[in-house]
Design a protein around this ligand. Structure first.
Ligand SMILES: *[C@@H]1O[C@H](CO)[C@@H](O)[C@H](O)[C@H]1NC(C)=O
Ligand SMILES: *[C@@H]1O[C@H](CO)[C@@H](O)[C@H](O)[C@H]1NC(C)=O
Ligand SMILES: *[C@@H]1O[C@H](CO)[C@@H](O)[C@H](O)[C@H]1NC(C)=O
Ligand SMILES: *[C@@H]1O[C@H](CO)[C@@H](O)[C@H](O)[C@H]1NC(C)=O
Ligand SMILES: *[C@@H]1O[C@H](CO)[C@@H](O)[C@H](O)[C@H]1NC(C)=O
Ligand SMILES: *[C@@H]1O[C@H](CO)[C@@H](O)[C@H](O)[C@H]1NC(C)=O
Length: 345
């Protein structure tokens, strides 16, 4: 059932994309479109050149982040000389050294067509900042912003990730926003993008694992407690947990524009994939069925069994041992060319 919905959403995405490409061909000037329509993507004949409609942004936009002034304090231009199929933006806390190391040694290893950057905010300790700069000198994969890295500031981090994509990696065909305790099955992911979607990119894509009618937590004991002033409604709009957000560039741009003019709400995935996604009128496509099941996770990591179901993600909240076990598995087993065709209907 999920698969069927995915196929039909894929169909819409492809049709929307082709229609737009055709329209773009026919019209030499961009038509006046709805807010999302303005966030079009422009492909040349050879499908490599790609740009965002910067004219729609305020000239001071680069140094503003929602409601604060902003600078990148560390930037790496990982896309300058390449047009990656996939840009991966990993949220990480500054002190999560081991988690970043695990990712670099496993699924984050250099892969053709994939670029990975770690998103951090600023820190109060000069020693910690120096350590981060050393780490960045070694790996060249940090993006750091001038806001303080705290959990109430995570929405700044997410919007910084969108900003980085727009200004510094407009070439990326797809964008994955994830966290540092996740396993991404990179061989399967690149095949999924190339063969099940399209190597030229797509539009109106937000593939994730939607949560519907989630209650706003009001208990003082909850880390995620939200006051009535912050959010008056009893439930959140449909949103997706922030560890597996696969975006197409047009959705990134529309969300970024919306975020820059919207109020600040600190739970980033609810704000961006819930409230703002509803405002730009994009629908989530549920790919929960491409997240490994708990049973298969155990089968692979603890029992070294072979599993038949394909998966793109090895869940969130994983221990290092699990990430390494999954990595060992995907590097010693062949990956289907088409992830979807391999599913049993
Ligand atoms: C595509 O076009 C761009 C810009 O005109 C050019 O730099 C690039 O070399 C072209 N690529 C191919 C494969 O023709
Ligand atoms: C950004 O950088 C400029 C120039 O270095 C500086 O004047 C400004 O205070 C910085 N803003 C923030 C928010 O760090
Ligand atoms: C969020 O970042 C801003 C800008 O750096 C800072 O002034 C503020 O204290 C931070 N908020 C929290 C809750 O840490
Ligand atoms: C990469 O591109 C940016 C603009 O996005 C530019 O400012 C920077 O100098 C370039 N860096 C390199 C190493 O080419
Ligand atoms: C709260 O719910 C109302 C009615 O469904 C809706 O119009 C409004 O946008 C919601 N508020 C927020 C902050 O999401
Ligand atoms: C599991 O997969 C590996 C690699 O494809 C293969 O060599 C092995 O024979 C398989 N084991 C079983 C029990 O099917």
């Amino acid at each position: 059932m999920h698969e069927r919905r995915l196929w039909s959403n894929l169909g819409y995405a492809v049709v929307a994309f082709m229609t737009f490409a055709l329209l773009w061909h026919l019209l030499s000037t961009p038509p006046v479109l709805s807010p999302l329509g303005d966030a079009f993507t422009v492909y040349t004949h050879n499908s490599t050149v790609f740009t965002y409609p910067f004219q729609l942004l305020d000239p001071s936009d680069y140094n503003r982040l929602i409601d604060i002034s902003f600078n990148f304090t560390i930037t790496n231009f990982v896309c300058n000389e390449t047009s990656p199929l996939l840009l991966v933006l990993v949220h990480t806390a500054p002190t999560n050294f081991a988690k970043r190391r695990t990712i670099r040694e496993t699924w984050g290893q250099e892969v053709e067509g994939v670029k990975i950057v770690f998103m951090v905010g600023s820190v109060n300790s000069p020693e910690l900042q120096k350590t981060l700069e050393d780490e960045n000198r070694k790996y060249g994969d940090f993006v750091q912003g001038s806001f303080l890295d705290t959990y109430r500031n995570i929405t700044y981090k997410h919007v910084m990730a969108l900003k980085y994509t727009i200004y510094h990696c407009p070439q990326a065909k797809y964008i994955l926003k994830t966290d540092d305790d996740v396993f991404v099955n990179m061989p399967a992911m690149t095949n999924f993008l190339k063969f099940d979607l399209s190597p030229y990119g797509a539009s109106r894509v937000l593939f994730c694992t939607p949560r519907r009618h989630a209650n706003v937590l009001r208990s003082y004991r909850s880390k995620w407690r939200v006051s009535f002033q912050e959010y008056p409604n009893r439930t959140y709009p449909t949103y997706c947990p922030g560890w597996s957000l696969l975006y197409s560039p047009d959705v990134i741009f529309a969300l970024y524009c919306e975020a820059q003019v919207s109020e600040y709400f600190w739970i980033d995935d609810i704000h961006i994939t819930g409230t703002l996604t509803e405002r730009i009128n994009v629908k989530h496509t549920d790919i929960e069925f491409l997240v490994i099941s708990f049973k298969n996770l155990r089968n692979i990591v603890d029992f070294d069994y072979n599993v038949t179901e394909p998966f793109l993600y090895g869940r969130s909240d994983l221990e290092e041992r699990q990430i390494r076990g999954l990595w060992r598995y995907v590097t010693t087993h062949s990956v289907p060319k088409s992830v979807l065709k391999d599913l049993q209907y």
